[in-house]
Design a protein around this ligand. Structure first.
Ligand code: FAD
Ligand code: N01
Length: 546
């Protein structure tokens, strides 16, 4: 048992010291709760601690992808670019840890393996890979939605004789690609960000692409002074606007760059002529695809915009066969997490970059010297997996979480994740998830969603303590109704289209139930629902003395 926990159980154990776990420390301390955060990594930052691959950066303007809980913090921190790169975001996390003295409440290099509820004591018993044990009244899972790297099982992969890396678990000391030939599997956001940078460093880069994306240009740049002044002068209004928006980005960043800051599309593509579309393509290039407002509603409109996108690929990429290989087909624009890039398509005009379009013949096996495909063998010294994550449920299901009566979370989620509001599961009293499935989570600016969840959980614990109650968990009917609601509003949108294999649906992990996991109604609507539940005396939750 943790030395702190030996004499007396803790009030709260938080698992994970990314932005969610870090904020939980600050917030829960305000109520004088005794807590401990347990983190597998050696420092704070979560996503930004693990994803150190070259080119990693956020896709939302950093002045909005940052904490809003401290006016002093948001005034003193200076971002250098519109969308900061990983080293800067990690420095920000470290600054927050130092400024608020967070590390003293974190046990690093400790991975939680078991989280068991005791029916006898009403406490959570937490076990770890280094033998430390903890007991707490409440347990908060701040384990991240994109924190379990997915390495696909490919025959022969253990025989590869060179260096092997995963973008989601990049070495702290970095990787020197100079003079080396590199193979990279995967062209999602991580691949798209790292490919241009690796191509500049390596002798040769071979890109194994299974599905091309409808990427948009990042439009990143040094942070404009006038924008910084505008945001800092209006920060409280910016944060308030975020909280009531669709994805957690305010109108103060409109037109700047990054997700959520694009101008509202105003034109219907179905009303345009071929001539007009050609003119728009000449003027706007890849960005043309986001000026139309009928793409979500009409498959025909969507396909017209996709045609424009493909034409732009052909305009940018010199070799016609490579251009054809980079053209997304067979699924609609907008059904996956948007991928934004810096010079991605232009990278394929370099002499030292080869595209292997796996749609023309897939990977058969990995060999000691490279990758064997139906199109031939490709050799390289270094293999990079940019193959994503076991998203949203992965980190939770990797721990042995057991609730009342020893029932496991794996059993509860056998047919897909079931939560009430993405905050709790029935049968798991006093256990909370931050940005869990069933909440806006990965469809939003995560910092906004993290603060909302942690605030809600903290208020809930205070409410129980004030009432002298000891337990809260969802009523199974309320949980079922919420799961249905989450499904119903996603159903029929492009996000659940049959032709779309996104990680939102769990489609990237063999055997994972195909369920759309996040809540699409937006952070503003969702916040109102959560607040309404509290105003109605925690409607849908069972609160009891134990
Ligand atoms: P994480 O940052 O994932 O932290 C979870 C922590 O829990 C990790 O440190 C992990 O080690 C720890 N943990 C997990 N399981 C255990 C265990 N069993 N025991 C102990 N510790 C454990 N979101 C945006 O909104 N905007 C962006 O621009 C954006 N860019 C991204 C770029 C990349 C490359 C990636 C991968 C994600 C990005 N995201 C972005 C999503 C990002 O994950 C969130 O924004 C945010 O950082 C999540 O914070 P978190 O604390 O919830 O989770
Ligand atoms: O992961 P992904 P990611 N053989 O799952 C391919 C956030 N993020 O790490 O599409 C061959 O999107 C797979 O192919 P396919 C953001 O939320 C943000 O890139 O399944 N290929 C795909 O190309 C993002 O959405 C940023 O056909 C295989 C790729 O690997 C999320 O994290 C940056 C394969 C995986 O793409 C995940 O992004 C980075 C196989 N067996 C991450 N298995 C920002 O820009 C998988 N693939 C902010």
């Amino acid at each position: 048992m943790s030395s702190d926990a030996q004499t007396q159980p803790l009030d709260v154990v938080v698992v994970g010291a990314g932005f969610a776990g870090m904020y939980a420390i600050w917030k829960l301390r305000q109520s004088g709760l005794r807590l401990k955060v347990i983190e597998a990594g050696s420092d704070v930052g979560g996503t930004w601690y693990w994803n150190r691959y070259p080119g990693a950066r956020c896709d939302i303007t950093s002045m909005e992808y940052s904490y809003g809980f401290s006016e002093a913090l948001q005034q003193e921190w200076e971002w250098t670019e519109i969308m900061a790169a990983q080293p800067e975001i990690l420095s920000y996390a470290q600054h927050v840890a130092e400024r608020f003295d967070l590390r003293k409440d974190i046990d690093f290099d400790t991975r939680v393996t078991g989280v068991h509820y005791s029916d006898d004591t009403g406490l959570w018993e937490i076990t770890t890979d280094n033998g430390r044990e903890y007991q707490a009244r409440f347990c908060i899972m701040a384990t991240g939605c994109l924190s379990v790297p997915n390495t696909p099982v490919i025959e022969g992969q253990e025989t590869f004789a060179g260096e092997v890396y995963h973008t989601g678990n990049w070495p702290t000391e970095g990787v020197d690609f100079s003079g080396k030939s590199v193979g990279i599997i995967g062209t999602g956001s991580s691949g798209v960000q790292s490919i241009p940078v690796i191509a500049r460093e390596a002798r040769h880069l071979t890109v194994f692409q299974r599905t091309p994306n409808y990427n948009l240009p990042a439009n990143n740049a040094p942070l404009p002074d006038d924008y910084q002044t505008k945001i800092k002068t209006n920060y409280s209004a910016v944060r308030e606007a975020q909280r009531h928006s669709q994805i957690g980005v305010s109108e103060f960043s409109r037109g700047l760059g990054g997700l959520g800051s694009y101008p509202e599309p105003e034109e219907e593509i179905l009303r345009t002529t071929e001539e007009e579309r050609q003119r728009v393509l000449d003027e706007e290039g890849f960005e043309a695809i986001r000026r139309y407002n009928d793409l979500a509603l009409s498959p025909e409109a969507n396909e017209m915009a996709c045609d424009m996108f493909r034409e732009q690929v052909a305009r940018v990429v010199s070799d016609p066969e490579t251009a054809e290989g980079l053209m997304p087909r067979g699924y609609p624009y907008g059904c996956k997490r948007p991928v934004i890039d810096i010079g991605y398509f232009e990278t394929f005009n370099r002499d030292n970059v080869t595209l292997v379009d796996l749609r023309r013949g897939g990977i058969e096996r990995i060999t000691p010297t490279g990758v064997e495909t139906a199109q031939g063998h490709f050799e390289f010294d270094v293999l990079v997996y940019a193959t994503g994550f076991d998203a949203m449920t992965g980190a939770l299901l990797r721990m042995d979480i057991r609730g009342r009566g020893g029932r496991s979370l794996a059993e509860h989620w056998e047919h897909g994740p079931k939560t009430y509001l993405g905050l709790q599961m029935s049968g798991f009293p006093n256990l909370f998830t931050v940005t869990g499935p069933g909440s806006p989570s990965v469809l939003s600016n995560m910092l906004v969603s993290i603060e909302q969840h942690v605030d809600w959980i903290s208020d809930c614990i205070n409410h129980l303590d004030q009432k002298g109650a000891s337990r809260i968990e969802p009523d199974p009917d309320a949980e079922e109704a919420w799961v249905r609601h989450v499904f119903e509003i996603a159903d029929g949108t492009m996000l659940t289209s049959e032709s779309c294999n996104s990680w939102y649906l769990g489609a990237n992990i063999p055997g994972k139930p195909r369920i759309f996991m996040p809540y699409v109604a937006g952070v503003g609507v969702y916040r109102e629902i959560c607040d309404g539940v509290v105003a109605d005396g925690y409607r849908g939750f069972e609160i009891s003395a134990g």
